[in-house]
Design a protein around this ligand. Structure first.
Ligand SMILES: Nc1ncnc2c1ncn2[C@@H]1O[C@H](COP(=O)(O)OP(=O)(O)O)[C@@H](O)[C@H]1O
Ligand SMILES: CC(=O)N[C@@H](CCC(=O)OP(=O)(O)O)C(=O)O
Length: 294
């Protein structure tokens, strides 16, 4: 055997214990809007998802689309405002969120996976009353000795309940669920929910083996910009308190912490700009980001 074919065979063999470990299990993958900007990377993501399904693993994709929502808002002359990584969502912005997440982005991902040979089904949290939400009430203190004030984020929601029966039904078959983070209130109100939060709750409800959040950084970085490979829940509190973790990274770590408190073994924030990041993280000895552990 040539050394090249020996190398190829050993790479394939490296995947075997991981395929055995994850076969029949659910892996929740959050595909961030910032990780989905490059067409070649989108294709490598879609092929990874199809490969996982093909070897008996059940990927469930929750997608974001923050930059894509921001672009359409800009085209209609609206500025985006964020508080703690969450978009302030008035009624008009909520319509744009539904158009972009439920329409454009969701169907783009479905199409990419199907082009790669998979069978993806796109849903929002409204389908089958899957994601029930209520208005998020955000309380904040300007300073330690000040009374807290309530910040109105409009249609931003928090998840109160997930009925994952439709996801179960799809994953038991050949289908790959692709879910947009839009929730519905008991009274029919639409809610915009941060996709990281939805991914964390979905991982809890599905009792997922892994929760992977794909984004546009190498993982969680320290003050010097160096990758932190593993983080405990106590480390996270310290890094938030000293301002190292901010903005879009806050909901990711909140959801990782919640998922772990609810029994998940780990949650990983990985670099979606690395081609085949999912395969590298799941099926090889090589990690590609930050793993949050209990
Ligand atoms: N300590 C940190 N390490 C890495 N990224 C951080 C950190 N603190 C804040 N961030 C920001 O979080 C962003 C990722 O969140 P976000 O923009 O919401 O991505 P996504 O669209 O993938 O959800 C990074 O691009 C970075 O600007
Ligand atoms: C409440 C809130 O902020 N919702 C997000 C939903 C999309 C999202 O989470 O997209 P990324 O994962 O690409 O950031 C938003 O409106 O941008």
């Amino acid at each position: 055997m040539s050394s090249k074919s020996h190398d190829t065979a050993s790479i394939l063999m490296e995947a075997l214990p991981y395929i055995q470990k994850y076969s029949g299990k659910t892996i929740v993958v959050k595909y961030g809007g910032n990780a989905m900007t490059d067409p070649a990377l989108q294709q490598s993501f879609a092929r990874d998802i199809v490969l996982l399904k093909q070897v008996g693993i059940n990927p469930v994709v929750i997608h974001g689309g923050g930059p894509q929502i921001g672009n359409l808002l800009k085209q209609i002359g609206k500025e985006s405002h964020f508080v703690d990584g969450m978009r302030v969502t008035d009624a008009e912005t909520m319509d744009v969120v539904q158009m972009v997440l439920g329409g454009l982005v969701n169907k783009q991902i479905v199409n990419m996976i199907n082009q790669a040979g998979g069978r993806a089904i796109g849903l929002t949290g409204k389908d089958g009353n899957m994601i029930i939400a209520r208005k998020l009430v955000l309380e904040r203190k300007a300073a330690e000795n000040q009374p807290s004030e309530i910040i109105d984020l409009g249609h931003v929601g928090e998840v109160t309940e997930i009925d994952a029966s439709v996801v179960r039904m799809l994953e038991e078959d050949r289908f790959i669920p692709v879910i947009a983070p839009i929730g519905v209130g008991r009274d029919g109100t639409s809610y915009n929910i941060n996709a990281d939060i939805v991914a964390g709750k979905m991982a809890e409800v599905l009792n997922a083996e892994r929760l992977l959040l794909l984004t546009n950084t190498p993982g969680v970085l320290d003050k010097q910009g160096v990758l932190i490979e593993t983080l405990s829940q106590a480390d996270i509190q310290n890094l938030i308190a000293d301002g190292t973790i901010q903005g879009g990274m806050l909901p990711k770590l909140a959801c990782a912490t919640d998922a772990i408190s609810a029994g998940a073994k780990s949650a990983s924030i990985i670099d979606g700009r690395v081609p085949h990041a999912l395969l590298l993280e799941l099926l090889t000895d090589q990690g590609v980001g930050t793993m949050v552990t209990p």
